[in-house]
Design a protein. Structure first.
Length: 363
């Protein structure tokens, strides 16, 4: 979930940290990756965003999808004069972000930058995860609406949409999007999508609990551009009825990522908490679990500054340059965002794993 926040943030006071977490069968080192950070600062018109979900398109190309974005209307624009667009995308060429190139995309409406995923009336779209299966590209977005309540961040999640891109090899500004699902329920699909065997597995978090649920759909359905029959993990098997679904992880967050662990099994990454947050990892031998307790793998330097908001930590399994490549977002209030170009660009972290993938698991 992409967030544009309304509370103050500090400048980036620290360049980063190197973290070593010893433990029985569980250790890793994590460090900032400034060489890769330059990737998102390579276009003078794309002035920052959050979200930063990625999809492997194959042949050395990676799709990035972003939430709220500042896009310059003309050369020389600052964030204060730029257009504010609810979603944009980019195509990265090369799997190592420290050596890759990237091109950003948005649509134009009457000469003004606008979203790739169009709004539905007063509801806008924040992209989440997706997956390419053959000639089909399946992408998910959260439906988001304004919420004028002093106890909220100014928005509320209002379900999710799924789209199939029927021409994924075209430039994204020329995509033809077909909406194949719309759901107004409380589980937001999908923060992660994996192709395993004959199924695509989808992870989605509930609102407001942020528990993580697991669903699957037959690969044949995806290839036909359908998403009509989801099966949910019930704790003991797969069920079509949503009433029987059970979470596989508790209190995880809406932007959790799940990928194969290079040491075996699977791993999950998310920001723990909100604001001054650590990035944590869980491991499991199977997608259904049991999943281990969260282990801190990295503390972003922004979390040590008062008033900062750090969020959106997630891994990107298609990227090269480390065992795990992670991004996260740092944010501030509107006044800071307009002038502080040290924040609101996704930041990269490299993680080197050691030992086995899982330890004691949650019940």
């Amino acid at each position: 979930m992409a967030l544009r926040l309304k509370r103050p943030s500090q400048l980036l006071l620290l360049a980063g940290a190197l973290i070593l977490l010893p433990g029985v069968g569980f250790a890793q080192t994590a460090a900032p990756w400034p060489e890769a950070d330059k990737l998102f600062r390579s276009d003078a018109r794309w002035l920052g965003a959050d979200g930063a979900f990625s999809v492997n398109l194959g042949d050395g190309q990676v799709l990035w999808m972003f939430g709220d974005t500042f896009v310059a209307r003309r050369g020389g624009d600052t964030r204060g004069t730029a257009a504010f667009v609810h979603n944009t995308v980019a195509i990265q060429t090369g799997y190592d972000p420290s050596h890759a190139s990237i091109k950003f995309y948005w649509r134009a409406r009457k000469g003004v930058p606008s979203e790739i995923f169009p709004s539905d009336g007063q509801v806008w779209m924040w992209p989440s995860s997706g997956i390419r299966v053959g000639g089909r590209l399946l992408l998910f977005c959260s439906r988001v609406a304004s919420e004028h309540n002093t106890h909220t961040l100014g928005f509320r999640l209002a379900g999710w949409n799924a789209y199939v891109v029927v021409n994924p090899d075209e430039e994204p500004s020329r995509w033809t999007l077909q909406k194949v699902a719309e759901d107004r329920g409380k589980v937001m699909m999908a923060s992660a999508a994996l192709h395993e065997g004959g199924f695509v597995y989808l992870f989605g978090a509930s609102e407001p609990e942020h528990d993580l649920y697991l669903a699957r759909c037959g690969i044949g359905e995806i290839e036909l551009g359908r998403l009509e029959r989801l099966e949910w993990w019930s704790g003991s098997g797969w069920r079509v009825s949503e009433s029987e679904r059970q979470p596989v992880m508790r209190a995880v967050g809406t932007e959790a990522s799940v990928q194969r662990d290079p040491r075996g099994g699977f791993l999950e990454v998310n920001s723990q908490g909100f604001g001054a947050s650590d990035i944590v990892m869980r491991t499991a031998p199977r997608l259904e679990g049991p999943w281990g307790a969260p282990q801190t793998i990295y503390r972003p330097p922004e979390s040590d500054a008062p008033g900062v908001f750090m969020y959106a930590g997630k891994s990107h399994p298609e990227l090269q340059g480390a065992n795990i490549v992670i991004t996260y977002a740092a944010n501030g209030d509107d006044e800071r965002l307009a002038t502080d170009m040290s924040i609101y660009f996704p930041r990269f972290v490299r993680v080197q794993l050691k030992d086995r993938a899982w330890t004691t698991h949650e019940k």
